[in-house]
Design a protein around this ligand. Structure first.
Ligand SMILES: [Zn+2]
Length: 324
């Protein structure tokens, strides 16, 4: 199966975090959901390598990375709400490598999907929440370092503000950070991103999509060369850690606004999963899978637009990475 989007996953995104509200088993479940429904072929899924230290240093400080490698509880790591083990640190390095690999693929093919990542609370020198390494920031900075892109946008639609991403890119006018989130929720205080939209408790589909449309206009006007989409499933009405009231249809409409909007404008888009703590784990998995399905369709439509008549071959080489 040839696709206009690269799909990335590692079985080692799963790591033992003990009894926890964060369902780390969801990564493999989303993968299985997509493969079982033939949305993607297992043989097409790329497995990332852990992000090398040089890549992590584009977004994080050496002191903080040293703490992670030594599994040390310090003022830099103690805001984490996860244990700190070698397996967990490796999972976060893999997620950063995965989002970077998906972003490289998106530049070549039009779309990239990391079936993980979106760890937007991690800042340059600090863990926070369920986030040790900010895969979104690492991917943007690595592509900028290689001069593959200059301008990037992070569209963060998790129910929680993307404070780590905002802090990392604060004062950097080459990166537009949009966060649309529930105002009265974690984190407190919020960080200043390029555009922050704090929504009232119980905001539903119509109001959400109206605010999203307005915010996306600002993103398109910025003319990013790539969009990294943090597609958190936690604005869902049944989420345990969220207080917005989006339905499954509303979340799919949200995904279409972002991903079809990118495809229409020829902007490569990269999906990361972000949060998701629905009372029923199947709902979280279904929301993420829908995002991926929308991303695959949008990237395919974008590729057709670029290649002209349908009989024109649009094949492009796969990016580096070994099959999963
Ligand atoms: Zn969240």
């Amino acid at each position: 199966m040839s696709s206009a989007a690269v799909v990335v996953h590692s079985p080692e995104y799963f790591c033992d975090i003990g009894p926890h509200v964060f369902p780390v088993e969801k990564f493999a479940m989303v993968r299985a959901h997509l493969v079982n429904r033939r949305e993607i072929a297992a043989g097409d899924i790329l497995a990332p390598a852990p992000a090398p230290r040089a890549d992590l240093l584009t977004a994080h400080t050496p002191e903080y990375l040293d703490d992670l490698d030594a599994m040390r509880w310090t003022h830099r790591t103690r805001m984490s709400e996860l244990p700190l083990t070698a397996e967990i640190v490796r999972a976060y390095k893999l997620a950063a490598g995965g989002t970077t690999l998906a972003a490289r693929g998106a530049l070549e093919r039009g779309g990239g999907i990391n079936l993980g990542g979106g760890f937007h609370h991690a800042s340059a020198d600090r863990a926070e929440g369920f986030c040790y390494l900010n895969d979104l920031a690492v991917a943007v900075r690595v592509l900028q370092r290689e001069v593959r892109i200059r301008r990037a946008a992070v569209v963060d639609l998790d129910v929680h503000q993307g404070n780590g991403t905002a802090l990392i890119f604060h004062g950097d006018d080459s990166v537009f950070t949009l966060s649309i989130h529930q105002e009265m929720n974690y984190p407190t205080p919020k960080a200043d991103g390029t555009l922050d939209v704090g929504l009232d408790d119980r905001t539903g589909d119509d109001e959400y999509l109206r605010r999203l449309d307005a915010a996306l206009e600002a993103v398109w006007n910025f003319r990013p060369e790539i969009v990294l989409y943090q597609a958190g499933a936690d604005p869902y009405v049944e989420d345990q850690l969220g207080g917005l009231a989006l339905t499954l249809d509303g979340l799919e409409a949200r995904d279409r606004r972002v991903l079809e909007g990118c495809a229409r404008r020829g902007i490569p888009a990269v999906v990361t999963l972000g949060g998701g703590y629905a009372r029923r784990l199947e709902d979280t998995v279904a929301i993420h899978a829908t995002t991926c399905r929308v991303a695959l369709a949008a990237a395919a439509a974008g590729a057709r637009d670029r290649s002209g008549p349908p009989e024109t071959p649009a094949a492009s080489p796969a990016p580096p990475g070994r099959p999963a």
